[in-house]
Structures are given as structure tokens and as C-alpha cells.
Design a protein around this ligand. Structure first.
Ligand SMILES: Nc1ncnc2c1ncn2[C@@H]1O[C@H](COP(=O)(O)OP(=O)(O)OP(=O)(O)O)[C@@H](O)[C@H]1O
Ligand SMILES: [Mg+2]
Length: 307
């Protein structure tokens, strides 16, 4: 493994009795990269993160983190990684400051450095005003920022973020993106899971879309959307009869389409001519927009509810 490679997973399988949560996935994550795992609820994202961080044993396959095997070097791997878990697990009996200090001790940060490191991280996540507050006095956004600060206490090479902004308001979400971009600039490698496609587009160099324990597709988000969806999307609210009539008239245009409920989605490389035609013929166009990762996600994972 070259020093450029931070994580290698090969044919990774995780079974919980009769459930196969991760079903033979392989991927490579490079130094300094932000790699996103996307997928519907239950796809196996958190399970994959937990295996990488040695919190859950794999059933079969191989995972190497910084050239160390998850089965044999969990302590070393934990020292090299920081984790923001999906479920908040701060100590409610301790203040913001003490929550971080306990972690600093756990990671054996020398005591003369620990307090200044804790203060530095509290500042970095804009939590200075809350330094002596208890956890139950914090808002959801503050708790999440504190979890990020805690994950950085051991100066990790790899930061694992399991839904770092779920349920947060747009202000906090954008602030967290800024901080994560800053960390990335400093060279940290990031693994991110998210249900926000915009978050993945903003932060990730590459993404993997998972479903039912498998990786369906992997690559750069912009390139994938262009290749698999196109550049532009037109959305029309028309009934089936109108749709059939319209599609017959559009032979000369290049596009793909999909009907969902009352809406016809038309995906094309260049929607301008198509748009002109629809507008000049008074079709009830609701939206003309760029194609997004969400279009690709829904195309690959379908529109059925998972749980
Ligand atoms: N400790 C466990 N015991 C048994 N089954 C589990 C356990 N943890 C996860 N699972 C199952 O494994 C599958 C994958 O779960 P996982 O938490 O990895 O999904 P996820 O992609 O993170 O989903 P979400 O988006 O909802 O967080 C699910 O079917 C889940 O029910
Ligand atoms: Mg999860």
C-alpha cells in the first residue's frame, strides 16, 4: 500500500445473525480525500464506518487503515482516527470543557498540552461561550459541533463523520461545512455519510452510493451526475394522456424521462431548445434546473420507502 492510500476495504462483509448489513464491498480512500457514503436508511453506511474505526468486527473480507489491519491493530487505528457518531454520546454529567478533557486523557495527550488543545478546539468550533456549560444546556447544533471538536482531540489523520449535520439548521450546517473544508485544506482525510445531497456535492471528492449493503456506483459527484443523468432537468405537471402526446412530438430532441406521480421529469444534456419548445407550446412547466446528485440517487435507489 502506498502512503497515498489511507483505507483499503476488500470484499467487506458484515452479518448480524440473519441480516447482511454490508454485502461484499470494496473501496480505496486516498490521503487528503473526502469520500462520501450515501444511501437510504439501512444501506449499511454506519456499519461500514464502525468497522473502519474498529468499533464493530467484520464478518469477512479485509480492511486496512493506514496499513494496519482492523482485526489486529484496533488501538493504533483508533489513535489515528476521529469519529463523529450518528448518535450523540456526550457525557451529560460533564461540562463542555471536561467532555473534551476526558477524551484528551483517553488519547494520552500530554497534560501540559491537553487544556490548550481543548480550548483551541472549542474556539475552532465557535463554542467558547459554552465552555463551562453542561451538555443539557446546549442546542442540537452546539452538541454536534462539540462532537466534531471531540473527534479532533487526538489530531487524527482520518476524520469519520456519520451524518454530521442531520437535523441542524442551515446556518449551522453551512458553518460546519466551512470548518470541514478548512480541515481538509490542512490535509485531513474525511469519510462522510449524509442524507443531504448538497452536503455531499459541497464536500466530497468522491462518493459511493450504497443500497442493501452493496455499492451501486462510485466516483466524482459532478462527473457521475453528468454521465448518468445529464446537465439539465425539466419538470412538468401533466397527465398520462398529455405525456404520451408530448413525447411523440419530441422525437427530434435528445433526452430521457421518468414519470413520478403527477410529475414528468425530462433529463437532457442541453435543455434550452426543449425548454423553448415547451414554453412556446404552453406546456405547464414547473421547473427548469440543473441536474443534481439527488436525481442520480433516486434513479439508482428508487423511490420506495425503506422503513
Ligand atoms: N447492532 C445491530 N444488530 C442487528 N442489526 C443491525 C445492527 N446495526 C445495524 N443493523 C442492521 O444493519 C443494516 C444496516 O444498518 P446501518 O446502521 O449500517 O445503516 P445506515 O446506512 O447507517 O442507515 P441510516 O441511514 O438509517 O443511518 C440495517 O438493516 C440495520 O437494521
Ligand atoms: Mg447510519
Amino acid at each position: 500500500m502506498s502512503t497515498k492510500t489511507m483505507i483499503i476495504a476488500k470484499n467487506l462483509v458484515k452479518k448480524y445473525e440473519e441480516i447482511t448489513a454490508v454485502d461484499g464491498i470494496s473501496f480505496v480512500i486516498n490521503r487528503g480525500e473526502c469520500y462520501g457514503f450515501l444511501g437510504p436508511n439501512g444501506a449499511g453506511k454506519t456499519t461500514t464506518m464502525k468497522i473502519i474505526n474498529c468499533m464493530s468486527p467484520l464478518t469477512s473480507g479485509n480492511v486496512l487503515v493506514c496499513e494496519r489491519h482492523v482485526k489486529t491493530k484496533p488501538r493504533e487505528i483508533k489513535a489515528l482516527t476521529g469519529v463523529v457518531p450518528q448518535e450523540e454520546n456526550l457525557d451529560p454529567d460533564l461540562t463542555v470543557f471536561k467532555n473534551l478533557l476526558v477524551y484528551a486523557r483517553y488519547f494520552e495527550v500530554p497534560s501540559n498540552e491537553a487544556e490548550s488543545r481543548v480550548e483551541e478546539l472549542i474556539n475552532f468550533l465557535n463554542l467558547s461561550e459554552k465552555i463551562d456549560s453542561h451538555i443539557n444546556e446546549l442546542s442540537g447544533g452546539m452538541k454536534r459541533r462539540l462532537l466534531i471538536a471531540r473527534a479532533l482531540i487526538n489530531n487524527p489523520e482520518i476524520l469519520i463523520l456519520d451524518e454530521p449535520t442531520t437535523g441542524l439548521d442551515p446556518q449551522v450546517r453551512h458553518m460546519i461545512w466551512q470548518k470541514l473544508r478548512q480541515l481538509k485544506k490542512n490535509g485531513i482525510t474525511m469519510l462522510l455519510t449524509t442524507h443531504y445531497m448538497e452536503e455531499a456535492s459541497q464536500l466530497c471528492d468522491r462518493i459511493a452510493i450504497m443500497d442493501k449493503g452493496k455499492i451501486l456506483i462510485e466516483g466524482n459527484p459532478v462527473t457521475l451526475v453528468e454521465e448518468k443523468i445529464g446537465k439539465e432537468v425539466l419538470e412538468l405537471r401533466i397527465n398520462n394522456a398529455m405525456e404520451n402526446e408530448l413525447l411523440q412530438k419530441l422525437n427530434r430532441f435528445e433526452f430521457t424521462h421518468d414519470r413520478v406521480g403527477d410529475t414528468l421529469y425530462m433529463f437532457s444534456r442541453d435543455g434550452r431548445e426543449l425548454l423553448q419548445y415547451l414554453v412556446s407550446n404552453d406546456y405547464p412547466l414547473v421547473l427548469h434546473r440543473p441536474a443534481t446528485l439527488e436525481d442520480l440517487f433516486l434513479k439508482l435507489t428508487g423511490r420506495g420507502l425503506r422503513e
